[in-house]
Design a protein around this ligand. Structure first.
Ligand code: NAD
Ligand code: MG
Length: 396
């Protein structure tokens, strides 16, 4: 009989958070939810508290926490409501918790994710931004504090599943030649280039294969998501940028592949449903039911592959550039992208301004080394300010 795992779910009201709770609910004998966290969605987290009875619920801001607290008291529940970034760090490092799902979106996830690693937890990493912004700092913390890192991003989870079980940071020693990182190509793989300037937020968020949060959906449409994932793969598997080949695979059935020196290519396949990588990481090294339906290979019938088009997707080129520049540049890329996506979603600028803004910000900020989390946060702050200044200057 396996011991019950005590979970903290950071970002429980998001797309990954909800999928995690869906898998958890199928296995009450295996998992107990100790803490849930959300930004502002009081009603959703309240419903989750009613169902999963966590000891703690954390809201980012005090006003939302106050509202949640009232609802919890009125309902006669015992969940303790906390607020603020310190409380996110606290619930990520509780002694009674062994597993932390890091599913906050964006740079906001970095502090609690790092807190979980620092406490030696099993970290189920969905928040790719932590690795993009602070890859070597985070990986050092994971090693130093003997945390266990399991990737949730479907591609990285597929790579993880296609590597030998004893894989320990050295691809060459296990005979890997390269990683084939698959990408759907998003909703605009075939759109006429002249149409890109008219793309609306609704069109950009309508992913052909995956249902996801709005930010990552826009990232998929620009293919910045794949760029961030190249950086993520670099840090997770210690892979050189030249050994990570992006492959457009429109069906999103192969979630990524690993090529070995003997010519073997191992892949992980499945329906595009995040409950598969979530269940894999939650139960690793065992396997559990996830609720994902069987892959109907006859209905799929065909698997196609194309090389990525850097002219159509300049964000991919910018991400490779940031990775090879190193230092503060991946954090600058990530922050500029967050402001660009936010501005596009708010109707303040066209879709085509996303890569333009990021490129300008990367040019305006000089490259320097980042050695501490504070350095990373400083790079993030500067890039956000530079991006906002650029937007203001464009609008006058
Ligand atoms: P989402 O927008 O659906 O949910 C984000 C969660 O983070 C919500 O619970 C929200 O309340 C919380 N949050 C947002 N801003 C916050 C802040 N400032 N402080 C504290 N909490 C905050 O996002 P998502 O699609 O679930 O993605 C979560 C992470 O997982 C992202 O890093 C994304 O790149 C990654 N990811 C998502 C998918 C997917 O299928 N959705 C796939 C791979 C990786
Ligand atoms: Mg992915």
């Amino acid at each position: 009989m396996t011991a019950i795992r005590q979970l903290t779910i950071l970002g429980s009201t998001g797309s990954i958070g909800e999928n995690t709770l869906d898998v958890v609910a199928r296995h009450p004998d295996r998992f107990h939810v100790t803490a849930l966290t959300a930004h502002q969605n009081v009603d959703k987290i309240f419903t989750q508290c009613q169902r999963f009875h966590p000891r703690y619920a954390v809201m980012l801001d005090a006003v939302s926490a106050e509202r949640l607290s009232k609802k919890i008291k009125t309902a006669g529940m015992s969940t303790e409501v906390l607020s603020g970034i310190d409380s996110l760090e606290k619930v990520a490092s509780l002694p009674e918790v062994d597993t932390v799902m890091a599913a906050i979106v964006g740079a906001a996830g970095i502090r609690p994710t790092i807190a979980a690693a620092r406490s030696g937890k099993t970290v189920l990493l969905a928040n790719k931004e932590t690795l993009v912004m602070a890859g070597h700092i985070f990986m050092d913390i994971v090693k130093h504090h003997h945390a266990t890192l399991l990737p949730i991003d479907s591609e990285h989870n597929a790579i993880y599943q296609s590597l030998p079980q004893h894989f320990n940071d050295d691809l060459t020693s296990v005979g890997v030649r390269r990683i084939l990182l698959t990408a759907s190509g998003g909703p605009f793989r075939r759109l006429a280039l002249s149409e890109f300037q008219h793309v609306t937020p609704e069109q950009a968020c309508a992913h052909p294969n995956w249902v996801m949060g709005r930010k990552i959906s826009v990232d998929s449409a620009t293919m910045m998501n794949k760029g961030l994932e190249v950086i993520e793969a670099h840090w997770l598997f210690d892979a050189a940028p030249d050994d990570i080949q992006v492959v457009i695979h429109p069906q999103s059935v192969i979630h990524s592949m690993v090529e070995y020196i003997d010519g073997s290519v191992l892949a992980q396949l499945g329906n595009p449903d995040m409950r598969t990588p979530i269940a894999h990481a939650l139960s690793y090294p065992e396997r559990i039911e996830s609720g994902v339906k069987s892959l109907d290979i006859f209905e799929i019938a065909q698997l196609n592959f194309e090389a990525p088009d850097f002219a159509r997707f300049p964000c991919l080129r910018l991400a490779y550039g940031a990775l090879s520049a190193g230092g503060n540049m991946p954090a600058v890329l990530n922050a500029a992208n967050e402001i660009a996506v936010e501005s596009f979603l708010a109707g303040k600028m066209p879709f085509t301004a996303i890569p333009a803004m990021i490129e300008q910000v990367m040019q305006r900020i000089s490259r320097n080394e980042v050695n501490t989390l504070e350095d990373v946060i400083a790079a993030d702050t500067l890039a956000r300010e530079t991006a906002r200044d650029w937007l203001m200057a464009c609008q006058v």
